[in-house]
Design a protein around this ligand. Structure first.
Ligand code: MLC
Ligand code: AMP
Length: 493
């Protein structure tokens, strides 16, 4: 039994989703998702964990398809609407999805899939009304695969069961006191946990309303806030930074109207990357709210959070959420005490079981049942504080996790690039921006042409923003590229 969907029956006439200026009730969501489930089943009794990919704009269609896949017993594979064909193809190939559900906006982008793979194309507009039975779904069934970048080459599929998802939702609903009176604005991409679990699923679990905007725009966000229906907001630090910049440029009367609307909010949360204290303070001046910073990861949902009630400490991520156990360990895996810095390891029902068809990667990421996050932190004065990561090859930009190695692999395929080193450069707005040091085969390389060449190979958020050309990459005595030395060159530019 999927409790998230069972809960909907308690709120049939309430608004579940607001998108494209239309309100959709929980009854409509149940009906639309049932039709999609029956269409996917197409006479079968159960999808038995078949992977179903889907690509539609954030909104009612997205939720109906996600729930439809779950109700038919499938594994939902949400595709990123900003990905070029090459990235979409990778996910389809890796998951061996049996079908893609899509809306007409994305038909052209994915058309080639149906020539390259044996799979079913399901235009969302083609779903017909059907009658039939839906299978019973156990909590241990695999429910979703989200792709995350790691320290080895290509992204890995993180598999979550219904049990994982339920545990992730429940701990947030309890800790942040969600209720059916809540109304949240969701402007985050829907192929990552922040948008899918923390915002969408927590809202629907609670009988609340989740409103969507078609794309990120500070003006559109503030316009929605000023309608005074929304009382909850969650975003990555870059988004708060952009909202602050936009607000600063507005005439005083508009600034005051926005600030007045924000004061009535119940809660505002920041996460997915470190929240600069300057951003927290400026947002407090504008909104009257101290952002609640929390820490999480695709593999486990949220794990550590500042309190909903009680002191929210700037620069700290807070305490373990209900039902989640945390320890810090050193390189020898010895548990550390207060004031010592080490890797965060996590245990709990929220933690995933496996990377999709990557048993070795799965084994490497657990030790004695603890999930190794790769994040370094310290516990002091009753709170955890993030100090960094144990790999320089993981970049966080705009809240997206990006693998330097994945970008290097693409760059090395360019005919004039002999070698390269990709790094994250600290940046107030983006957290980090991506820098690439290039070793050329010959002559010079035109950056505009290189960007054009990269366009169909990498999504926009994985594009290097700064380039340098070097005669050779800096290396240590063992011959290993020293990324810190490359970073230093970019910082000093
Ligand atoms: C885009 N641009 C960047 C950039 N991304 N510049 C530097 N670094 C980046 N990473 C530039 C573009 O080139 C363009 O420039 C301009 O910004 C607008 O580009 P866009 O593609 O239209 O971006 P936009 O829609 O504005 O997106 C910005 C954003 C987005 C902050 C809204 O990055 C975003 O949605 N981030 C959230 C990601 C997220 O949800 N992460 C959660 C992962 S889960 P120009 O010059 O052409 O205008 C997780 C677990 C947890 O982490 O704990 O939550
Ligand atoms: P992802 O793999 O995209 O889910 O990103 C998870 C990573 O985001 C974590 O491993 C952290 O490195 C980072 N992260 C999430 N929340 C925070 C936070 N509040 N402060 C610092 N880093 C964070």
């Amino acid at each position: 039994m999927i409790q998230l969907i069972e809960n909907a029956a308690r709120h049939l006439d309430e608004i579940a989703v607001k998108s494209d200026s239309t309100n959709y009730t929980y009854a409509q969501l149940l009906s639309a998702s049932e039709q999609i489930a029956l269409q996917l089943l197409n006479g079968r009794t159960d999808l038995n964990e078949a992977r179903i990919a889907f690509i539609v704009d954030p909104g009612f269609q997205y939720v109906s398809i996600q729930w439809g896949i779950w109700r038919a017993g499938g594994i939902a594979v949400p595709l990123c609407i900003k990905h070029p064909y090459a990235s979409i193809k990778y996910v389809i190939e890796d998951t061996k999805a049996e079908a893609v559900v899509f809306s007409k906006e994305y038909k052209e982008r994915i058309q080639l899939l149906f020539e390259e793979f044996e799979m079913t194309a399901i235009p969302i507009e083609s779903i017909e009304s059907k009658e039939g039975n839906l299978p019973d779904i156990g909590l241990d069934r695999r429910a979703m695969i989200l792709y995350t970048s790691g320290t080895t080459g290509k992204p890995k599929g993180v598999v979550s069961t219904h049990q994982n998802i339920e545990a992730q939702i429940k701990s947030l609903v309890i800790s942040w006191e969600w209720s059916k009176e809540d109304h949240i604005l969701n402007i985050l991409p829907l192929h990552h946990v922040h948008g899918i679990i923390n915002i969408l699923s927590c809202a629907l679990w609670s009988g609340a309303c989740c409103e969507f905007l078609p794309k990120f725009s500070p003006k559109a966000i503030f316009d929605v806030f000023c309608q005074k229906e929304v009382n909850l907001f969650m975003a990555v630090p870059t988004i708060y930074y952009k909202l602050i910049n936009y607000w600063n440029e507005l005439p005083t009367a508009e600034q005051q109207a926005i600030s007045a609307a924000l004061k009535d909010f119940r809660l505002m949360v920041s996460g997915s990357a470190a929240l600069p204290i300057s951003t927290l303070e400026k947002w407090r001046d504008i909104s009257g709210h101290t952002l609640l910073e929390r820490y999480g990861m695709t593999e486990m949902g949220m794990a550590i959070s500042n309190p909903y009630r009680g002191e929210r400490k700037p620069g700290y991520i807070g305490q373990p959420l209900a039902g989640i156990t945390i320890r810090l360990v050193n390189e020898k895996n010895v548990t550390l005490g207060e004031g010592e810095s080490g890797e965060i390891q996590v245990k709990g029902p929220n933690v995933f079981n496996e990377y999709w068809e990557k048993p070795e990667a799965t084994e490497e990421t657990f030790i004695d049942g603890w999930f190794k996050t790769g994040d370094i932190a310290m516990f002091e004065n009753g709170s955890y504080r993030i100090l960094g990561r144990n790999s320089v090859d993981i970049i966080k930009s705009g809240g997206y996790k990006i693998s330097a190695l994945e970008i290097e692999e693409v760059l090395r395929k360019h005919p004039n690039i002999k070698d390269c080193g990709v790094v994250g450069i600290p940046d107030e707005e983006w957290g980090e921006i991506i820098g690439a040091s290039l070793i050329l085969e010959q002559g010079e390389e035109n950056v505009a042409e290189l960007k054009e060449w990269l366009k169909d190979k990498l999504p926009n958020y994985k594009m290097p923003r700064k380039y340098i050309v070097q005669a050779d990459l800096p290396r240590n005595v063992m011959g290993k590229v020293t990324k810190k030395a490359i970073q230093k060159i970019f910082i000093e530019l």
